[in-house]
Write a protein that binds this ligand. Structure first.
Ligand SMILES: Cc1cc2nc3c(=O)[nH]c(=O)nc-3n(C[C@H](O)[C@H](O)[C@H](O)COP(=O)(O)OP(=O)(O)OC[C@H]3O[C@@H](n4cnc5c(N)ncnc54)[C@H](O)[C@@H]3O)c2cc1C
Length: 474
């Protein structure tokens, strides 16, 4: 067995692990990267990329509906699902070189294609190699959580890992789970012509602003999706080549749904098994690998970042935490992961983007807050483009410090960027209200909402009096 002694050893080549390995190697650190599955992890192969490629196809399938309002008529679309599947594969293939073994070896990283496990608190084994690194980074990600519903193990069901392989066959889908993944895929498949039923135990998108979710809900219903909110799946059965799913509503009533495919999207389960965590002196539960504020595990040599530590499961969180680990491991700087300025977007139509706290959470936890609401319909560009649905809502304290922003509507995810900057830098609303923006753009909506915060003070009797006095001076 060969022995490697790098500065840093990264386990998992998904969003988190790749970012650490690329950064560390470019800073001159001897780096080993170990990956047993597909390079790029979930995001590239079974997550963000294929799901957004599917949604792009679904959006194209809707163009005729939107164009009619401009007086442009298209024939209703004929959808070739095999071609949609090919488009998803092509998208992954176009991005894959960026995450490939070749690219990382080109950066000077030693890439091992094998399963890795700790054999003691300083050593990892992977294939024919033993690695004794100065620092280790666990970036092993997560997999779909399949809830213990009676009969589920006897019924063929899809998770994010297989669903994109089956795109060309899905005509009649039951989606279990109304979080971002369930909502996006339900709408994507519905718009590509499938009959879709969605089951959610709580309400749709339970972490998001209820008023914004209402617009997403209405849109899903317009797409013909049968929504079963407040309904828990209790039993799954096979019925020939079809699937039956029992759901129990709030009053205890049970109904059976039937579909051709079942997609389970009820949440994520951090990957903590078969890693030799005990031998490595690394504490973990089924909720994830335990880390402190600086992302270190109970073994001080080992960090755990991305989905595997049970924190917010997003690619941008994985990337951000990778940057913190580089600062801590290579520059010995103190770091701390702060989730207060965490953004997230559900790429439904309308898109729903959030950063910081929602209005509901702010009223509960902060009490004295100011809420500024700007309808998308108040924006000129929204009218020219016939995308008037939605709103932007800012939650701030009385001094104009931003606590959270909700945007629902077209391009909400893109419109969130200035608010990410404002929250990360602790800026006041005046910083967003001040700059000149090009007209007509959707971005003006944010500037206008921020300006609205000051409107009460600006157009007050006191300011009017000041203007009168200054006029008197000539
Ligand atoms: C359908 C779907 C859509 C999504 N859309 C978005 C989105 O739009 N935006 C967003 O921000 N996030 C999105 N996410 C979440 C995002 O994909 C994850 O947060 C992100 O991929 C986590 O990255 P990671 O590096 O922590 O883990 P992963 O990407 O899961 O990578 C972990 C890697 O570690 C490897 N590994 C595990 N154990 C070992 C071992 N012992 N030895 C060797 N290798 C090992 C695995 O094979 C895997 O490749 C989506 C997720 C899904 C499922």
């Amino acid at each position: 067995m060969r022995l490697l002694k790098p500065d840093i050893c990264v386990i998992g080549a998904g969003s988190a692990g790749l970012s650490v390995a690329a950064g560390a190697a470019q800073l001159g650190a001897a780096t080993v990267l170990i990956e047993a599955g597909a390079m790029g992890g979930d995001c590239l192969n079974y997550g963000c990329v294929p799901s957004k490629a599917l949604l792009a196809a679904a959006k194209a399938a809707m163009q005729h509906r939107h164009a009619a309002g401009f007086g442009v008529e298209y024939a209703p679309p004929r959808i070739d699902l095999a071609r949609v599947r090919a488009h998803i594969k092509e998208t992954i293939a176009a991005i894959a070189p960026h995450d490939s073994v070749e690219r990382f070896e080109g950066l000077g990283v030693t890439v091992l294609r094998s399963w890795a496990r700790f054999v003691d608190d300083r050593t990892v084994e992977a294939g024919d190699a033993r690695i004794r690194a100065r620092r280790f980074v666990l970036a092993t990600g997560s997999s779909a959580f399949v809830p213990p519903i009676a009969g589920i193990d006897q019924v063929p069901h899809l998770t994010n890992e297989m669903v994109f392989e089956h795109v060309a066959e899905i005509r009649d889908l039951i989606v279990l789970g109304g979080g971002p993944i369930g909502v996006e895929l339900a709408q994507g498949f519905a718009r590509l012509g499938a009959k879709v039923q969605l089951v959610e135990m709580a309400r749709l998108l339970p972490r998001d602003d209820a008023q914004a979710v209402e617009l997403v809900r209405a849109s899903l219903q317009r797409d013909g999706i049968a929504l079963h909110e407040g309904a828990a799946a209790t039993e799954a059965q096979r019925a020939g080549d079809r699937i039956r799913l029992a759901i129990r509503g709030a009053k205890g009533e049970v109904r059976w749904l039937e579909g051709g495919h079942l997609l389970v999207a009820v949440g994520r389960k951090p990957r903590v098994e078969n890693l030799g965590l005990e031998q490595g002196g690394i504490a973990a539960t089924s909720k994830g690998i335990q880390v402190d504020g600086g992302l270190r595990t109970t073994n001080r040599r080992v960090y755990a970042i991305g989905d595997c530590n049970g924190g917010p499961a997003f690619t941008h969180v994985a990337g951000h935490q990778a940057g913190l680990v580089i600062r801590s491991a290579l520059f010995r700087l103190p770091v701390s992961f702060d989730a207060r300025a965490l953004p997230w977007v559900t790429y439904s139509d309308p898109e729903l983007a959030q950063i910081g706290v929602t209005e509901e959470a702010a009223r509960r936890d902060h009490g004295d807050v100011v809420v500024t609401h700007q309808p998308v319909a108040g924006n000129d560009r929204a009218h020219t483009d016939r995308h008037e649905a939605g709103f932007l809502k800012i939650v701030s304290n009385r001094r104009g410090r931003v606590l959270g922003v909700t945007i629902v509507g077209v391009q909400a995810g893109e419109l969130l960027a200035p608010w990410c900057l404002a929250m990360a830098r602790g800026l006041k609303l005046s910083a967003v209200a001040g700059p000149m923006l090009p007209y007509p753009t959707l971005s003006e909506m944010g500037k206008r909402a921020a300006g609205q915060f000051y409107a009460g003070r600006l157009f007050s009797p006191a300011t009017r009096k000041l203007v009168r006095v200054l006029r008197w001076f000539g």
